[in-house]
Design a protein around this ligand. Sequence first.
Ligand code: COA
Length: 391
Amino acid sequence: MLKIGIDKIGFYAPHLYVDMNKLAVARNVEPEKFTIGIGQEKMAVPPITQDAVTLAANAALEIIDEDDKEKIDFVIFGTESGIDHSKSSAVYVHQLLGLKPNARAVEVKQACYGATAGLQMAKGHIALNPDSKVLVLGADIARYGLNTSGEATQGAGAVAMVISADPKIMALEENNVYYTNDIMDFWRPIYSDQAFVDGKFSNEQYIAFFNKVWGQYKEMTGHALEDFEAICYHLPYTKMGLKALRTVLEEAPENVQDRLKENYQISTMYNRNVGNIYTGSLYLSLLSLLERKEDLASGSRIGMFSYGSGAVGEFFTGVLQPNYREHLHLASHESLFASRKEVSVEEYEEIFENTLPKDGANIELDIEQDPAPICLAGVNDHMRQYVNKNN
Ligand code: COA
């Protein structure tokens, strides 16, 4: 049977971050609440010159080569923080990367689930068109607002994946379990640039959805926790997946429990230092596991739990391919993390409040302050002006 899955995976986060210990002090909260209770160390802070489009384009830039440009005929962009009610962010990225014109480009929305929907659609597309490739993007800026209870779970960043036949990194298996139920745990009305959230309810529903799809998956396949090297979770904050994992751990013998707990911690390393990137979060967790666990064997089965408030949940699995490590971009991600610059809480607040004009006025932005290759240079006549500094 044709293997279909993740051939390449790239990542980008803005070059600025705020330290969660310092944010806690500024908010009169014990630092351990943020670093242990929520499980976040650093939160990426997007400058005004980055939006969902530029984040995604920057993530894709490091993985796309000439062969990809020739073969990608579908760009699927999962996002909660798209920049237009009508035109899809995928069209901008398609242009910024110089992809061939004979391609489809669409945006997919379902809170943090969009990129998973994109990945599964890509799988179907490749099954019908085995010689083509699909670019799946998950990029977001998570905004709850200053001094809100969700503030510590903000972040910004993007994951880009090339999906193809005979993938070099992870082959997707069959037997996905998906589940939809209309609930109000997190949403963002069209007039609001900040999310509304019922945090406790959202946590409960995340776990309930996980239990439901995991239970159905076990029934359908006969698989158990023993069959997994690791389970990656959608991570609004790194404690969230752990809460879900803990509800099922006792199903497994102790050595398997230890393995899953250890690998869970490794799968949260990047997220802990970036924050919530909504649609990309599950894939950032996968990337963290693949890049930071040096002895993760080819052939390992990885479980993936995707959750998008509102809500849709999905459990699916993939198998790591031979020599997959050779196709990761570890050095580039190490340097991305190492070259980030810390901003004070005051600076973060200023950046947070410095938003694009809402009255349609033109604005020119200083992209020299932003080391990213692809930046938002301004807005002119209601049109965002993007620049690829490499061109
Ligand atoms: N040391 C260690 N842990 C501490 C602590 C301390 N000093 N103080 C508090 N904590 C722990 C709490 O026990 C709690 O842990 P638990 O959840 O395991 O019980 C955790 O820190 C958070 O504390 P809590 O009082 O629940 O925080 P909160 O009311 O400020 O809300 C969220 C936290 C996560 C609910 C809130 O940030 C939020 O709504 N975030 C957005 C939710 C979201 O992303 N939803 C989408 C899901 S996909």
